[in-house]
Design a protein around this ligand. Structure first.
Ligand SMILES: [Fe+2]
Length: 216
């Protein structure tokens, strides 16, 4: 059975963030739990259609819709885990240490950390519903920032998400006006768990030798 294990919602202890209220977080955790349960439901429904080992012509429309929706729900689940996982309460800084791997990778990739930040923040301010994601390319260690439409359009295959920012309006509308997204992004930076980002970078770096060996 490929679908014998369902996903469980993870717990995040973030109450007391700077500029992102507990009310917002509670509502946001509920939305996240919805993505987890929809991922499980869709996975089960697709498995039911596949149970007889084939997708019949009359099953194809339902199968197609379920599979498209799975991409939306699955990425919604995973991106929220990255987002909640790269914040922490009690942060007193907005930027990583100058000696950190992230700072160095940003400088190498963009010329300076400030230019990396200007790019990431600008991606976050883009109009529309989605995410700003800083990825590391595991084959060369470079960072790049990307806009994700909804949850599933624009994710870069095989890249490691290092810093993930939710810019759907539900992430900040209880605390800020829609036009005040820049203030929410500023608040987000004052809550970033840079140690979590370092951990993701280290995992990305570990993937590099295998990628290099594959290209020989
Ligand atoms: Fe969200």
């Amino acid at each position: 059975m490929i679908n014998s294990e369902s996903y469980q919602a993870k717990e995040f202890n973030l109450s007391g963030l700077n500029g992102i209220s507990d009310r917002t977080l509670e509502m946001h955790f509920k939305l996240y739990e919805g993505y987890v349960s929809n991922t499980n439901t869709l996975t089960e429904k697709i498995a039911e259609l596949l149970f007889d080992g084939r997708v019949d012509q009359e099953e194809m429309p339902a199968y197609s819709e379920l599979t498209r929706r799975l991409g939306f729900e699955y990425n919604g689940m995973v991106l929220h885990e990255y987002y909640f996982g790269n914040m922490k309460k009690g942060s007193t800084t907005t930027d990583p240490e100058k000696t950190s791997g992230f700072f160095g990778a940003a400088e190498e990739s963009f010329g300076s950390y400030d230019i990396w930040k200007a790019d990431f923040v600008s991606v976050g301010k883009m109009r529309g519903v989605g995410w700003a994601v800083c990825y590391q390319n595991p084959s060369n260690g470079r960072l790049s920032n990307h806009w994700i439409t909804l949850h599933e359009v624009g994710n870069v295959a095989g890249f490691v998400p290092v810093l993930v920012l939710d810019v759907w309006e539900h992430a900040f509308l209880l605390d800020y006006k829609p036009a005040d997204r820049p203030r929410y992004i500023e608040a987000f930076f004052s809550n970033i768990d840079w140690a979590a980002c370092e951990q993701r970078l280290r995992q990305g770096v570990q993937a590099r030798p295998a990628a290099a060996a594959d290209s020989k």
